[in-house]
Each structure stands twice: as structure tokens, then as C-alpha cells.
Write a new protein. Structure first.
Length: 252
């Protein structure tokens, strides 16, 4: 009886272990299936994300077109800076000449009378009191305060324009660096393009439009022109005879 009981106990233990092993195998198999399915799903999502990212990236053609635009803007900015420099040089030359011709006070200050002959200002724009000098003491043939002040304001305007041109030139350089570094999406490129267009100084825009008009004129001039019509050659006697209608014979 004891032996039989031991055998039953061993069988029961064996069945229990077999059941546990089967449960473990099923659990592991289920976990493996879930893990494989999860990895497959992640792989599909990664591939879709990669494809979407590639679709978002700016194409080589778009980058090339944008680089050409940067070159065009940069050329126009350099031209605008050169023109600005010429204007600054001219207005400063005029200011220097006015200072040479201005009335000079004993303390060395150069002063200008207004056109109406009522006020006097020094070269930095400070009004001079009448007990220092009256307007009628200054030769009216000397440069007026209005003319001198207009040139001073012109100089300030040109200096501000130059600062804006230099800032814009730096923007162009920064945009060029971003293109070379790579990784720009189409949205990035559109944003850069819109920013450069919006922040373009008036002087640069004028040069860009002028250059585009000149290029269009050159393109039109380079088109082949229609050849002049060749002079008509005289028709030979043989050709005339061949084209002439047949004559009817006389009735006998």
C-alpha cells in the first residue's frame, strides 16, 4: 500500500510539474509572440517615420534654387553697400565744404543762420543766443542752417541704411551656413526664404529689381531675330511658259 501511495504521489508530482512546464512554455511563447509583434510594430512605425522625415526634407533641387537666390541677394547687397558708400562720401564732402564756408565764432564754433534770418545754430545743432551772435551778423551768402541740417540728416539716414545692409548681409551668411550644414526641411527652407524676403532692405530690393530687369533685357536681346525676307527672284521665260494656260487653236 505504501509503495502504491508513493507511486501515486510521484505521478501526481510529475503531472503537476508537467502542467507547470506547459504553462511556463505557453506563457513564454505568448510573451515572445507579443514581443515579436511589438518589435514589428515599432519597426513599421520607425520606417514610416523615416519615410515621412525624408519626405519633409528639402530636396537637392530646392536647396540649389535657394542657394542661387542667396547669391543673387548677396550680389545686390554688395552693390547696395557700394552705392551707399558713394552717397555717404558725397554727403560728407558737402558737409565738410559747408563747415569750411560757415561763419566761425571766436571760440572756434561754426554757426549757421536760418533762411528767415531769425535764428543761429552751431554745427552740432545747438541754438546760439543773440548775445553771442545775431543772425544779421552772418553773411546770408554762407550756407544756411536748413541746408546744413538737411545734409546732416541725410548722413544719419545713410548710416542707418548701411547698418541695415550689413545686418542683412549677415543674415544671408547665416542662411548659407545652414544650407551647408544640411538637415533643412522644406518648412525650414520656406521660413528662411520668407524671412529674407520680408527683412530685405529697400536699397537691396531696388538693386534686385534693377538687375532682374537688366537680365530680362539681355535675354530678349539674345533671342534669334527673324531673318529678313529674301528678295523675290525674277521668273524665267521657261517658267512663265510652263505656267501659262494653254491657248485654244483657231477653227479652220
Amino acid at each position: 500500500m505504501e509503495l502504491r501511495a508513493e507511486i501515486y504521489a510521484l505521478k501526481a508530482e510529475f503531472m503537476k510539474r508537467a502542467t507547470l512546464d506547459r504553462i511556463d512554455r505557453e506563457r513564454l511563447s505568448d510573451e515572445m509572440r507579443k514581443r515579436i509583434a511589438r518589435e514589428r510594430k515599432e519597426e513599421i512605425e520607425d520606417r514610416r517615420n523615416a519615410e515621412a522625415f525624408v519626405a519633409m526634407m528639402a530636396t537637392p533641387v530646392q536647396l540649389q534654387e535657394f542657394t542661387v537666390k542667396l547669391d543673387r541677394y548677396d550680389t545686390a547687397t554688395v552693390e547696395a553697400l557700394m552705392e551707399n558708400g558713394d552717397k555717404l562720401q558725397e554727403v560728407r564732402k558737402q558737409l565738410d565744404q559747408m563747415l569750411l564756408e560757415a561763419h566761425v565764432l571766436p571760440d572756434g564754433r561754426r554757426v549757421f543762420r536760418t533762411r528767415d534770418g531769425k535764428q543761429v545754430f552751431d554745427e552740432v545743432g545747438k541754438e546760439v543766443r543773440a548775445d553771442v551772435i545775431r543772425a544779421d551778423e552772418i553773411d546770408p551768402g554762407k550756407p544756411s542752417w536748413e541746408l546744413y541740417q538737411a545734409n546732416r540728416e541725410r548722413e544719419v539716414t545713410l548710416q542707418e541704411e548701411r547698418a541695415h545692409l550689413q545686418d542683412y548681409q549677415q543674415k544671408l551668411d547665416d542662411a548659407r551656413v545652414k544650407v551647408k550644414e544640411g538637415g533643412l526641411t522644406k518648412d525650414d527652407l520656406d521660413q528662411l526664404d520668407a524671412d529674407l524676403e520680408k527683412s530685405m532692405p529697400r536699397a537691396v530690393r531696388d538693386v534686385v529689381q534693377r538687375n532682374e530687369a537688366q537680365r530680362a533685357e539681355i535675354d530678349r536681346a539674345s533671342l534669334p531675330q527673324p531673318a529678313d525676307a529674301a528678295p523675290e527672284r525674277p521668273m524665267s521665260m521657261e517658267r512663265r511658259a510652263a505656267l501659262a494656260p494653254p491657248q485654244l487653236g483657231g477653227m479652220g
